[in-house]
Design a protein around this ligand. Structure first.
Ligand SMILES: [Zn+2]
Length: 258
């Protein structure tokens, strides 16, 4: 699944389409395509895993889901696009196997940019506050929670938890404050590195835990298990990634009250 940095790359690659007027829209999406003809693109934006084409009074939201792809000024052979935007200068944007949706009104009313891990408006303090409000969440679920870390996906989850030495089955409310702070900071840090490595086609080379078999710190086999609410693959070390399970007082009280 394309994670936040990959959508930033898409946004950058499509930047030249800002200011262009859509000639017509094609593709097998169910949305009203006629509405797009004659619309001028105001801006290309992104929030987490959403690619956003901002128009006058409404926007297009494109989510590449698990297997979505795109082509700019070229087409995938033998594939029907979900949405294809054609422009009068011959340029085109083609999206495949994705979800396409209209968002009405102004984009700034639809999104809180502070929760986008790749945004200049990212707010780590807000992320920590939201994490503290979910003390019983598993670390592996929290890293995938788009209301906290918009743009973070399974690679982020595995890499960040390995870096900060937190076991994926830890309870968020049991993490010491300093560890929670480190975790949030590492999401942002890894996002910046992911973007650089992805652009240089060396992302996989830098994976420390994701799809790896041996712990680089302990030289023992990494565990692979489908953990948490999403049952997505977790790669982790049982030895150097600590399992924090004892909720701190406020969280513990909340749990008792529940
Ligand atoms: Zn280890």
């Amino acid at each position: 699944m394309p994670e936040g940095p990959s959508i930033v790359i898409l946004r950058e690659q499509a930047a030249a389409f800002a200011g262009k007027t859509i000639l017509r829209a094609e593709g097998n999406t169910k949305i009203d395509k006629d509405r797009l003809a004659g619309q001028r693109i105001l801006a290309l934006r992104s929030w987490g895993k959403h690619f956003l084409i901002e128009l006058q009074g409404f926007s297009l939201r494109i989510h590449l889901l698990m297997f979505g792809t795109y082509r700019i000024n070229e087409r995938k052979p033998d594939a029907m696009p979900r949405l294809a935007l054609r422009f009068d200068d011959g340029a085109e944007l083609n999206f495949y196997t994705c979800s396409v949706k209209y968002l009405e009104g102004v984009l700034d009313d639809s999104y809180d940019w502070r929760t986008d891990i790749m945004s200049e408006h990212w707010d780590g303090t807000l992320a920590r506050r939201r994490l503290r409000a979910m003390p019983e969440a598993l670390a592996c679920d929290a890293l995938l929670d788009q209301s906290v870390f918009a743009g973070s996906g399974n690679i982020f989850k595995n890499e960040v938890l390995f870096r900060v030495r937190v076991h994926p089955l830890s309870l968020i409310g049991a993490l010491p404050d300093a560890k929670l702070r480190e975790l949030v900071a590492q999401v942002r840090q890894y996002g910046a590195e992911f973007l650089v490595w992805k652009k240089a086609f060396v992302l996989k080379k830098h994976w420390l835990a994701h799809t790896r078999r041996i712990c680089l710190r302990c030289d023992i086999p990494l565990k692979l298990a489908h953990l948490g609410k999403t049952h997505r693959r977790s790669f982790y070390c049982d030895s150097c990634q600590q399992k924090y399970l004892v909720l701190k007082a406020p969280g513990a009280r909340a749990a008792a009250d529940a």
